[in-house]
Design a protein around this ligand. Structure first.
Ligand SMILES: [Zn+2]
Length: 351
């Protein structure tokens, strides 16, 4: 039997095989952070906090300040902020200067982090040292880990993933006769927070407010392909959130329809599950009790990535297109693809 992976929720984390189902993700999320980013940074102070929700910008978010970049990189050491800003503000490339203070032991890792910042405006920072409430898993001690030295591989996987996504979306748009990125989908301008969970390998990752927590000991993060799929899942959550929790608003009906029909019976759910991932001792991850429609949508996103990637590579689909399954699938797929990807779908019409 296929080894079960478990993607569990802790603010939407994915976690390791063997975990029991988690408690449901809180239904209410924070509004997308007002702080967004671009590759250029300035030494100006950050804008005053505001309670007015700005329209979410996707392709070209507001440039981040040097102070905001510092905050993204040094969650573990806020006290030195003024010194770092003084040191770096006068440098020709203040952002690279801050990365030099972050990556002190590994020039090769620093070079990857510079590239991620320059090309994707995605700082490779660290998570703060804190105790995470892991729900049924109990309290989890999260420790900051700079992805250098033995952890550099993870940084390289993340950078490669951002490259893959940029190419994927550009090629997909081009194949549909359009230019540029999808106007309402973002795979750059994302803050990465590298960390490690003490004495465990969960959660592998979590996503909220254009930030992704990345566990260098995460059980799912063992290869380039696994990291790419995990990050597609997580980055979808970020976009879903920025689309005002679209999955909750528009996919709940079809999701609940399937649940009413099948409950947690795996055989019944099989044709409806976007992915193969199973919760050990449970059922398909998308329909595991305790997970909500957001996980179904994120699994659908990974299925979309797989199917469209195959089409772009002129390969046959590993299995029939999701949309060609039961009518609930077709309905969910249409809503999903119209909302996030301008209706672009390169898979052939269903027989
Ligand atoms: Zn998820």
């Amino acid at each position: 039997m296929h080894v079960a992976c478990v993607l569990l929720l802790s603010g939407c984390g994915r976690s390791e095989p063997g975990d029991a189902p988690s408690a449901a993700r809180p239904g209410t999320l924070h509004a997308p952070s007002a702080v967004t980013a671009s590759a250029s940074v300035t030494a100006a102070p950050p804008p005053a906090a505001t309670t007015t929700a700005a329209p979410t910008s996707f392709a070209e978010p507001t440039p981040r300040t040097l102070a905001a970049l510092d905050a993204a990189l040094f969650l573990d050491a806020p006290a030195g902020s003024a010194d770092r800003l003084r040191t770096c503000a006068a440098e020709a490339n203040p952002g690279h200067c801050l990365l030099g203070l972050r990556f002190t032991r590994d020039p090769a890792a620093r070079a990857i982090a510079e590239d991620m910042l320059d090309r994707f405006d995605s700082p490779a920072g660290v998570e703060r040292d804190h105790i995470m409430d892991g729900g049924y898993r109990g309290m989890i001690h999260i420790l900051p880990r700079t992805p250098e030295g033995t952890n550099r591989t993870h940084l390289a996987w993340v950078r490669q993933t951002l490259d893959v996504f940029a190419t994927f979306f550009r090629d997909l748009r081009a194949a549909a006769g359009r230019a540029g990125p999808f106007p309402r989908y973002r795979t750059s301008h994302i803050d990465f927070r590298f960390m490690e969970s003490e004495n465990r390998t969960t959660p592998s990752a979590d996503a909220l407010d254009w930030r992704i927590g990345y566990n260098v000991k995460g059980s799912l993060l063992k290869s380039q392909d696994a990291v790419t799929e995990t990050l597609f899942h997580e980055i979808f959550h970020l976009n879903d959130q920025a689309h005002d929790d679209y999955s909750v608003k528009k996919l709940t009906d079809v999701f609940e329809q399937v649940r009413r029909k099948c409950g947690a019976r795996t055989a019944c759910l099989a044709p409806y599950a976007p992915g193969d991932t199973m919760v050990r001792g449970g059922t398909y991850y998308a329909f595991q009790p305790g997970n909500d429609v957001r996980e179904y949508a994120a699994e659908l996103a990974v299925r979309y990535f797989r199917e469209q990637s195959a089409m772009l590579a002129k390969k046959a689909l590993a299995k029939p297109a999701f949309k060609c399954g039961p009518q609930e699938n077709a309905m969910a797929f249409r809503l999903f693809v119209d909302e996030f990807f301008d209706g672009v779908d390169r898979t052939p019409a269903c027989p």
